[in-house]
Design a protein around this ligand. Structure first.
Ligand SMILES: C[S@@+](CC[C@H](N)C(=O)[O-])C[C@H]1O[C@@H](n2cnc3c(N)ncnc32)[C@H](O)[C@@H]1O
Length: 283
């Protein structure tokens, strides 16, 4: 059985069918060059469902029941969730040097609200919460929280668990590691769990950027949407940013990834630094 799945090949026809569904449901681009990647990533779904061919798998996805139960797993398998603590560290420096001092000067008792949109396994939202907490400990008083969302339920669960290997926490400066992580009692496991004080500041939920509206009641001071747009085509990128901006306060900041750009998009944003923008109006 395992060897049959190992040999299973995704035909062009089934690839086309699945890629249309994936693109429609997630926005993720699926050009023919991604066929080998899709085949490799979906093999574990064939195993889980006891199918030996992609033909059977595709028919299952096309059935009413199969679609409703399998879609979530297919999305988990195809989404790329690469992330790191202190990824693109200049953004955290800008938070500490510019965004947070400005917030403190203007604040009239409101909490500082941040959205990590496309948060993967939680490193980014916990990182943001640690940086804000560290700022507050320098002598400020305000409340804050971080909303963390992703389309993939598998990575959201990892975020909720908040347990990371020694390798995952390697980029975390020693000072942050001591302050914001608890090391597993069994030292041979080398696992690190985010402390409850920080975990309580981060709320995880599933949000698909392809939905017309997001179930997000509030407007944020800052939105991080980093290394997500690269998976979408240009019109989808612009439409996602427009929807996110509905939830950003005028004057609020948007951070995108370093390989992403908003050039030629008609958006109510002013560029502050490369990959950092400020919302200038409610249009
Ligand atoms: C490469 S990770 C980026 C994680 C983090 N923001 C960072 O920069 O390290 C991209 C994330 O976007 C999520 N994603 C992809 N398509 C999405 C969609 N349509 N709606 C919401 N999240 C999506 C993926 O599941 C993945 O976890």
């Amino acid at each position: 059985m395992i060897s049959e799945i190992y040999k299973a090949e995704l035909s062009d026809k089934d690839f086309n069918t699945l890629s249309v569904i994936i693109n429609r449901e997630t926005g993720i681009k699926m050009p023919p060059a991604k066929k080998v990647m899709l085949q490799a990533r979906l093999k574990k779904r064939l195993t889980a469902l006891n199918f030996t061919t992609f033909e059977d798998y595709t028919s299952h996805v096309l059935s009413k029941e199969g679609f409703s139960t399998e879609l979530i797993h297919m999305i988990d398998a195809v989404s790329t969730n690469k992330t790191d603590f202190f990824r693109e560290p200049v953004h955290f420096q800008i938070m500490t040097d510019v965004v947070l001092p400005e917030f403190v000067r203007a604040n009239k008792g409101q909490p500082f609200r941040v959205w990590s949109a496309g948060c993967a396994s939680g490193e980014e939202p916990y990182n943001i919460a640690m940086v804000i907490d560290d700022f507050i400990k320098r002598g400020y008083r305000f409340d804050f929280y971080v909303r963390a969302s992703d389309i993939s339920t598998a990575v959201l669960q990892k975020g909720i668990n908040a347990v990371y290997t020694e390798q995952r926490v390697a980029p975390v400066p020693k000072y942050f590691l001591h302050r914001y992580f608890m090391r597993s009692k069994d030292k041979s496991k080398n696992l690190y769990k985010v402390v409850p004080e920080i975990r309580s500041k981060v709320q995880f939920s599933r949000i698909n950027f392809m939905d017309e509206t997001f179930k997000v009641p509030e407007r944020f001071d800052v939105i991080f949407c980093r290394n997500v747009l690269i998976y979408f085509d240009r019109p989808t990128q612009e439409s996602v940013i427009r929807k996110l901006l509905r939830h950003l306060k005028t004057g609020g900041y948007l951070f995108i990834g370093h390989s992403e750009s908003l050039i030629d998009m008609q958006l109510p944003l002013a560029s502050v630094r490369p990959t950092v923008f400020r919302k200038i109006s409610d249009d």
